[in-house]
Ligand binder design. Structure first.
Ligand code: NOJ
Length: 548
């Protein structure tokens, strides 16, 4: 059945510096995992100068904006998602001057910059948590259960495994939905709201174009912190509302933040945005985060988690578009990030990954790319345990009572194996660290990554890098791509065909050739295609774009 899905006209937006209205509605945004992108000083850890020096790669790739993962002062218990000072750059990554320099250089190149903000929790080294009096006021402290308060206040589990509570030497317990080094803030307290508003303003003044809001579904907990009644709770994230995630109360915070962002847009003329990292149980609940008075974008993890299969893909695309169209927002597609297995490996090979990317970039809305996917990097699955740093790796084996018991793997993807997608990028050369920096690299790189480097792939028309460059160039050239209309076309079993204004995208999800009717000139293909007049033979696991 052919179904027409039409996005409503974009809501009126203030213009950006280049006059673009609603730039984010169809933007392609590239995620830089700072410690693994490029290292300027030889300590083996990527840094802000490294990012700045490599911005021309992103310009040439053709993305619109860059999202930088946290580079703030942090003991690095969770790769910087444990922030000790939200207004300072960690010396590992550089200085505040380097951050300003990076933002200016990006803007000069026409790239916008989004930074992470981590409001659900701070580091346990944050000055508020270090002061026992302030800590009790601004974090979630509760007395323990049991005759002597020796049991946790409830049965909640940390996303990283083990109990979500730790007892202090003062005898009370604090909540940490992630690592014990990441105590949850108490968002019932006005000081917490005021502090984060000030943090947002600080970075806006420095010139950022928006924020990726970490755990945007987490700040508000169900009243009374009720027990869940069973274990393995991390497995339910993304499929059920839990008393600690996706509570309706979080939306009031996003509304306040949207007003703050809009005020800045109004006064600066630069349209600044918020993107929610929200694990919601359905695309409909996810769409609540992008209502007109909330955040602009929310990563579509339902799409990311969809198997390579026609019915499932079609269903998630339809339901995602319907849910976001209903609130006037675009859908924000994503296939990889620093928390999940790279899609080359997750989907079962590079052919599928290339096809999935071309499908994603043909869909209405915006898309996020994760560094290294443009090189077709696979997940590194054989990292030695002693090299790993993901706290979930070490805690994933803990049961709720703290004993070695269950795994923490869940649909959230925070399964303890996140180091495998965080291996530093190969830029050039035949030997590690492949141009990553003048020293080594904080995680070992595979011995065969020389052939995957940016230098090795540049100019090779069959390379994944050139495929991404061509796709992004076409996305800019074809006005019908990005935000707007989409309609399914009839297609043989195993094939998805969708029409955008001026373009048809055909995806063969089977592992064998399929002949399909095609309208005209071949624009782009993830694998070699034989076309003859009005039909073409699509190789297995491929995606093609055709001019109409
Ligand atoms: C989501 C981030 O993407 C992840 O890396 C981090 O561990 C958790 N939030 C906790 O901040």
């Amino acid at each position: 059945m052919t179904q027409e899905l039409t996005s409503p006209s974009p809501a009126p937006q203030a213009a950006g510096p280049d006059g673009a209205r609603g730039w984010w509605r169809d933007a392609v945004i590239y995620q830089v995992y700072v410690r693994s992108f490029a290292d300027s000083d030889g300590d083996g850890i990527g840094d802000l100068r490294g990012v700045r020096d490599r911005l021309p790669h992103l310009k040439e790739l053709g993305v619109d904006a860059v999202w930088l993962t946290p580079f703030y002062a942090s003991p690095q218990a969770d790769g910087g998602y444990d922030v000790a000072d939200y207004r300072a750059v960690d010396p590992l990554f550089g200085t505040l001057a380097d951050a300003g320099d990076l933002i200016r250089t990006a803007h000069d190149l026409g790239l916008r910059v989004i930074v992470d903000v981590v409001p659900n929790h701070t580091s346990d080294r944050h000055p508020w948590f270090q002061d026992p009096e302030l800590a009790r006021q601004r974090y979630v402290f509760r007395p323990g259960k049991g005759a002597h308060g020796e049991l946790p206040p409830n049965d909640w589990e940390s996303v990283f495994g083990g109990p979500a509570w730790t007892r202090t030497d003062r005898g009370d317990w604090y909540l940490h939905l992630f690592a014990p080094e990441q105590p949850d803030l108490d968002w019932e307290r006005p000081e917490v709201h005021e502090e984060f508003a000030a943090i947002l303003r600080f970075w806006l003044e420095l010139g950022v174009d928006g924020f990726r809001v970490d755990v945007a579904h987490g700040m508000i907990k169900a009243p009374g912190l009720p027990d869940i009644g069973h274990g393995e709770q991390a497995r339910l994230i993304g499929s059920q509302v839990l008393p600690f995630f996706d509570q309706d109360g979080v939306h009031a915070i996003h509304r306040t933040w949207r007003r703050l962002l809009d005020e800045h847009t109004g006064s600066s003329g630069r349209e600044v945005i918020g993107v929610a990292e929200a694990w919601a149980p359905s695309v409909e609940r996810l769409a609540l985060y992008v209502r007109p008075d909330e955040l602009h974008q929310a990563f579509n993890f339902q799409f990311l988690n969809t198997p390579w299969e026609v019915a499932a893909l079609r269903e998630v695309i339809d339901s995602s578009l319907a849910a976001t169209v209903a609130v006037g927002a675009p859908t924000t597609w994503v296939l990889s990030n620093h928390d999940v297995v790279r899609h080359t490996t997750r989907l079962g090979g590079l052919a599928r990954a290339r096809a999935a990317t071309l499908l994603m970039l043909a869909l209405p809305g915006s898309a996020y790319l994760y560094q290294g996917e443009e090189l077709g990097l696979p997940e590194v699955v054989d990292l030695p345990a002693e090299a790993r740093q993901d706290p979930a790796f070490f805690r994933g084996r803990l049961g709720v009572d703290g004993s070695e018991a269950v795994g923490a793997s869940g649909t959230s993807g925070q399964d303890g194996f996140r180091d495998g997608c965080r291996v530093p990028l190969p830029w050039s050369g035949e030997l590690p660290p492949y141009g990553f920096g003048p020293g080594g690299s904080w995680l070992p790189q595979p011995v065969d990554w020389g052939r995957l480097s940016v230098a090795a792939q540049t100019g090779d028309p069959a390379s994944t890098l050139e495929l991404y460059r061509s796709a992004l160039a076409l996305r800019r050239r074809l006005p019908g791509l990005g935000d707007g209309e989409m309609a399914w076309q009839p297609a043989p079993a195993g094939v998805l065909a969708l029409r955008r204004p001026g373009m048809l995208c055909a995806v063969n999800t089977l592992d064998r050739d399929v002949e399909v009717p095609v309208p005209g000139e071949l624009l782009l293909a993830s694998a070699p295609v034989a076309a003859d007049g009005g039909s073409a033979v699509l190789p297995g696991d491929s995606c093609t774009w055709w001019a109409i």
